[in-house]
Design a protein around this ligand. Sequence first.
Ligand code: ARG
Length: 457
Amino acid sequence: MAKMWAGRTDGVTEKIADDFNSSIHFDSRMASQDIQGSMAHAAMLAAKGIISNDEADTLIVGLEAILNDLISGDLKIDLTCEDIHMFIEQELTSRLGDVGKKLHTARSRNDQVALDIRMYLREETDEISCLVKKLIAAVVNQAEKNKGVIMPGYTHLQRAQPITFGHHLMAYAFMLLRDLDRLSDTRKRMNISPIGCCALAGTTYDTDRYFEAEKLGFDGICLNSLDGVSDRDFVAELGSALSILMMHLSRFSEEIILWSSWEFKFIELSDAYTTGSSIMPQKKNPDMAELVRGKTGRVYGNLMSILTVLKGLPLAYNKDMQEDKEGIFDTCDTVKMCLKVLTGMISTLTVCEDNMKAAAGKGFINATDLADYLVKKGLPFRTAYKISGEIVAQCIKENKILETLTLAEYKKHSNLFEEDLYSEISLEACVAKRISKGGTSVKSVEEQIEAVKEKIK
Ligand code: ARG
């Protein structure tokens, strides 16, 4: 069959060329946005007297019927069409006759596709933001339950200072808050309407771009028509914001994997979020967390792909830009799945409090507090640091810990040590004393929890 654009050529193409050129198998997910855009366009054409009110009404009712039939399944998408824009126009014209052919006045597929993808990604951005909020709520909820649970805090993956599990979890809540912020910032630049830019140069018709933009919920219009049809910054920006989000989810997953290993056993994942091995009967594997970590790779890949597609393109529209969709669609699908899985995993995990506490007791993670004890008794920090280090070395040699060394042994290192040193270096005291803003004390973590709750309200 000859193409809708037959004229300059006979519109007959090889099947392999059609298959290569076609985008309908992935852009059909923008059907609803395409129809909404067309309805606004028809309304604008009538408002400006370019078509009659009756014609606009017929178009709008016809478009609405197509949308309903697509939703109900009565209308199947014709995959032999080049893209979703062509399919809907073809369907409209076959239902309405000549009136259908008027819809494409003062419009091009170039501004149409730019519009559709902005509208589609705007919805995705909102949905993802909602899911991020749900994950934050799950993290905060666990943090609240575990604000008094002591664990080792690490640097270089070496035990460093005692913290609480609640404090550790809240670090992720703040990362995710920044992700929310990035998404809302991305949305601002995305939410500018390209419709009316037409093919590239604007149009000779007296259109009203603000009318369409407002009808479709945009905050403004692209003020240069060449830029309007060739801007895909928002695809790269969303891909970038979501890559950073995935980087956070991946770090979190990495910790979940470590914590659920026998070497740590800080947490136990719910059976519902683990798998078994086909050969090793004892296994309980954190596959879901590993997949979140693994899928981060494809999200990064999609970002690289769009940046590379765009980098050499002359103005204005080029068919290369059709390559903008599959990657970002895949990114959005992947991120949504990861967020949902991680939210379930976090909400259902159990904390092995005793193991955390035991690990915190073994690594001399109160040595800083021992040094601080001497500082409070008048020693300069560097001197106190050296003495504490020597005490740790002695403990390691004699297989002791700071808590079991006798006062007499302490006094060999410094006369400043008194009986009160033991209460000063208990893990509970080490945590409770860290009352600085953002610190690990229960009070500081409670403040963090309140601040985050306020933000996601
Ligand atoms: N399927 C195309 C895309 O996704 C729509 C725009 C086509 N425009 C054109 N002049 N061929 O980019």
